[in-house]
Design a protein around this ligand. Structure first.
Ligand code: HEM
Length: 212
């Protein structure tokens, strides 16, 4: 039997960002539920307490987002390489990966994508993470900052379509985050063992597939 190979996939700053961000987003979803449906949900005592925790978690998620962006853009400079699907991904990769997730995985076939530190995401991960990290997260942060500062940012809010429009957009984006979260956690269990993808998110090291 060949010895198990390990690859260093996830550097420490990304791991710290990821779990802080996950905690922040989960906190935002739960407090957001109480803020949106106060007549049905009361987890944090008062309405005011839910808003205070929601705002704090929002600030933590926003700051850690900009650190994440800075790290990938200026320290490792690998944002485009890791997160943007290439032509081959679009032509064949999306379909191949979707077939694996929906069909071949259940027949026991190996994942068609082989992770390396330079190409750690499969085509669908690239597309999904790109939309989440470069479209939805910035949008939810932007709308959140506006809603938190209604008085000083009045003019900007009017340009953005008014407070009702803003609150609806913030809520709809938040719903897509919740949907992403369930899919993300489910797909993350589809490694060669259920925790194979969780380990590198904690230790940085992934056991190379195919040596089991
Ligand atoms: C309970 C919550 C969460 C769990 C259990 C979880 C789990 C994981 C796992 C196991 C991975 C590594 C496997 C993979 O690359 O797919 C991962 C990566 C990732 N997750 Fe999550 N996640 C959570 C929340 C989130 C949230 C809320 C976001 C974004 C808003 C997010 C964004 C990402 C990104 C961008 C990566 C790739 C990171 C990189 O290596 O650059 N995750 N997550």
């Amino acid at each position: 039997m060949k010895p198990t190979e390990y690859i260093y996939l996830t550097p420490m700053p990304v791991r710290i960002w990821h779990w802080l961000n996950a905690l922040g987003i989960v906190t935002l979803c739960i407090t957001g539920l109480q803020i949106r449906f106060p007549e049905y949900v009361n987890i944090f005592g008062t309405y005011k307490a839910a808003i205070r925790l929601h705002n704090t978690a929002g600030i933590v998620v926003s700051i850690s987002y900009f650190l994440w962006l800075f790290y990938y853009m200026f320290v490792t400079r690998s944002l485009a390489k890791l997160y943007v699907p290439n032509l081959e991904d679009i032509k064949r990769g999306f379909l191949r990966q979707a077939l694996f997730y929906c069909f071949y995985y259940f027949k026991g076939s190996p994942n068609p994508h082989h992770e390396t530190p330079d190409n750690k995401f499969n085509p669908l991960q690239k597309a999904g993470y790109l939309v989440i990290m470069l479209v939805l997260l910035p949008l939810v942060i932007f709308t959140g900052i506006l809603i938190m500062n209604v008085a000083p940012l009045r003019e900007l809010i009017l340009v953005a379509g008014g407070i009702k429009m803003l609150v609806s957009a913030h809520y709809l984006i938040a719903c897509s985050f919740l949907a992403f979260l369930f899919v993300h956690v489910y797909l993350a269990t589809m490694g060669h063992t259920p925790f194979a993808h969780f380990k590198p998110m904690w230790t940085g090291w992934e056991e190379s597939e195919g040596h089991h």
